[in-house]
Design a protein around this ligand. Sequence first.
Ligand SMILES: Cc1cc2nc3c(=O)[nH]c(=O)nc-3n(C[C@H](O)[C@H](O)[C@H](O)COP(=O)(O)OP(=O)(O)OC[C@H]3O[C@@H](n4cnc5c(N)ncnc54)[C@H](O)[C@@H]3O)c2cc1C
Length: 516
Amino acid sequence: MILKNSLLNFDVVIVGFGPVGQFTANLLNQYNLKIAVIEKSKGICLKPKANVLDDEIMRNLSRFRNFAEFKKKTSVPEYIEFTFPNKKIIQSNPVKKSLNGFPLISMFHQPDLENNLSENIKNSKNINIFYEEELIDFKQKNNQISITTSSSDKKNNRILKSRFLLACDGVDSFVRTRLNIDQMDLQYNKDWLIIDIKLNKGITLDKVARQICDPNRPTVFMHAPEGRHRFEFQLLAGEDSIEMKSNNSVYKFLSPWLDSSQYTIERSEVYKFRGIKANQWKIDNIFLLGDAAHQIPPYAGQGINSGIRDSINICWKLSMVINHSLNPIMLESYQIEREIHVEETIKSSIALGKLIDSLAIAYKKNMPIADAVAPEARDQAYGGRKANPSEDINPGIYLNSPGHKFTGRLIPNCRLKNNKSVDINLDSEINGQIAIIGEGNIDDYLDHDTVSLFKKLNTKFINILDYSFKNTDLREMIKAGFILVRPDFHIYGVTDSEHNLQELAEQFFVSLCLNK
Ligand SMILES: Cc1cc2nc3c(=O)[nH]c(=O)nc-3n(C[C@H](O)[C@H](O)[C@H](O)COP(=O)(O)OP(=O)(O)OC[C@H]3O[C@@H](n4cnc5c(N)ncnc54)[C@H](O)[C@@H]3O)c2cc1C
């Protein structure tokens, strides 16, 4: 039977309501797009899985209404550490706030994030969520996608029409498989036992994220919010997953730190650390995001963060195409920008895994660390966190001009005071739109048609002379010239001796495939 509410027309259909689908629905909701979500499960997933959010992702989550409630449930470790099993510290870095305005890492409980994101949009008039419906078919024709779902009892079907389909359907993505998209395996495949526990009242452990470089078994010791703690143990060849995740085995694994009477087990799961990416992230109007597009070994905690970064990248572009009728060719920049980043992130996560193994071997052989680990290996292991991993070229919607050291970087998230002494957040001023930030009035630098076009695109003009602020990173950028910021807070380019604001703007319109 065909269900009622069938044949509805949407701007975007999202398949999969995991954290990436949820984040995407929230962001597209802010752009007032008409969205449907298809999720085969009954509701959100209540199992803890990913547990680290980075500063850029926290910044982007703070764009949503209920963020403060979620933030209360996160927690920040004091240090990120690498140690030997004898507790000797190899490296220890305090977890500081970055220019994104948040600590480099925040620990979270995945069900808290999923609850928060789904609650935020529960009553939105823009969004229809179809739980317990599985995507079983889709066809693209004449710029429209026809999407068929099946109810969980397989008795009913629904057909939805949409201009775009976003596949946020996880590792075993039906969409990716159906489109015959191959994946590139970066040849990393290790099983880890992940144990999440809730500590009894009064029991505490060090508030750190610690990698223990143990030659017998690399181990992760991670503080978690609300009295929780996570341990991860690399499984060795021949170890049986089912046996390893049993309660008795968990008690044994945790015995160096805790007695079994001091905690309850929330999850004990064997998870495969893999490095894989899809070779195509877009076919016509269908896009892959999150685990559907890539799997990243979680050494640097970048799996879920990379998925949300995909979403941040595509959502503003979809809004430009749908709300401002921009040429859809600009959407090609999605894979161009994200693939290079994800590939770098996978490589540095793998390098971090190998670094831990090398340090463990150095410990076993009693070798100096410098002999065991080449400096390049360390560099690569820490390299994947940059906003844009490319030092020289910035493929995609960026101004490529030699000497533009700010291109591709993120504009700092900082507090401003307006001339009435009211505290304002720069991100709220940008508010998910294009922004031009600089000293002076843009009418003095841009011709009338250019200003009109920017206004049509809802551009925010921020004359920084109207504000006071202390942020030294922002001050350094402003000193360079006018900054053109994309809605995802990435800097498109800055004026310099080669590009005045008019030229910068014209290049930007070309990058957006837009004629004045
Ligand atoms: C068992 C497990 C353990 C994990 N442990 C860790 C960890 O310890 N550390 C870490 O960093 N990361 C971990 N991860 C990975 C992390 O959870 C993911 O990176 C993150 O959830 C990615 O989010 P996503 O939205 O892309 O995909 P998912 O969270 O997988 O969500 C995909 C959603 O799509 C739905 N779906 C799939 N196919 C269809 C269809 N045909 N129709 C309708 N709906 C569909 C699914 O039901 C699901 O809700 C783990 C993942 C799993 C599965």
